[in-house]
Design a protein around this ligand. Structure first.
Ligand SMILES: [Zn+2]
Ligand SMILES: [Zn+2]
Ligand SMILES: [Zn+2]
Length: 283
């Protein structure tokens, strides 16, 4: 049995498994909802899925006709979705504990992949759904952007932001809090000075969750759709932008994979980007 939970610990669930499918999804909806380069999902028989706590704390958002995305209303973590017609539960792997007895099998929606993310493994890639899913992709209109600004928005579009000024750095963070907060293999965070940051709309919909006892760690998300959005740290004068929320290029390349000693057992890090066990000392 596998245990799953949100970042704040309110929403808890059990999945008996076995997990039959594990995939990385690069679609624009997963990227925005999780705020990451891609989401990693596992599927298991629905009969073996039980909510342990927090069922009343889950908000559901219809992201496309007949398809919902659920999240904890306190911390924004993605919550598994019951696919009644298929008899399956689809769970975000970043919120599951331990070895899942399965490793990722393929990438889907690589036709929608973020330009700043390079797929380094040899797993099969599908531009949209694999043919055997028998599903049609939902087209999404491109988001209008203004030149000279870094811009982003949530999945429902109610929250949007603009940043002037250059990014300071970009990291892939594999720490357990980022995995739970982004409900993904890792976060991809781009840091800017807070001086040039402003909400373009929807500031009143932004919810903030600070991890109790943590010096700085927290997340911000849209209360309506649950998408991860930038979090301003006033005490450090920086804003941490979840790269999956960007509608423009980040303007910087990922510098490093950090906290790789905390990575998920099923997460394989390939490629030439430097890896650090924890946080590297800053130059
Ligand atoms: Zn939560
Ligand atoms: Zn997706
Ligand atoms: Zn939203």
């Amino acid at each position: 049995m596998t245990l799953g939970h949100c970042l704040c610990g309110t929403v808890r669930y059990e999945i008996d498994g076995p997990f039959a499918t594990m995939l990385h999804c690069h679609c624009s909806m997963c990227r925005k909802h999780h705020g990451t380069a891609f989401a990693t999902w596992v599927a298991a028989p629905l009969a073996g899925y039980r909510m342990v706590s927090g069922a009343d704390d889950v908000t559901r958002f219809q992201s496309s006709p007949g398809f919902h995305r659920s999240f904890c209303r306190h911390c924004g973590s993605v919550v598994p979705e019951a696919m009644e017609a298929m008899g399956l539960v689809i769970a975000p792997a970043g919120n599951l504990d331990g070895d899942l007895g399965i490793i990722p099998q393929f990438h889907m929606f690589t036709g929608s992949k973020a330009d700043w993310y390079t797929i380094e493994d040899d797993l099969p890639q599908f531009a949209e759904y694999p043919p055997e899913f028998g599903l049609q992709a939902t087209p999404r209109p491109p988001v209008a952007t203004k030149p000279g600004l870094t811009q982003g928005s949530c999945l429902c579009g109610e929250v949007a932001y603009e940043i002037s000024g250059r990014p300071m750095r970009m990291y892939y963070c594999h720490c357990s809090r980022c995995r739970m907060g982004r409900s993904a293999a890792h976060a991809t965070n781009v840091f800017f000075s807070a001086d040039g940051f402003q909400w373009a709309r929807g500031a009143g919909l932004v919810r903030d969750f600070a991890v109790p006892g943590a010096q700085f760690f927290g997340v911000a998300f849209c209360a309506r759709c649950g998408s991860e959005v930038p979090r301003v740290s006033a005490e450090r004068n920086v804003v941490n932008v979840p790269a999956g929320s960007l509608d423009t290029e980040p303007g910087v390349e990922p510098l490093a994979h950090i906290f790789v000693d905390s990575k998920a057992p099923w997460d394989v890090i390939l490629g030439d980007i430097p890896q650090f066990a924890a946080m590297p000392a800053r130059k």
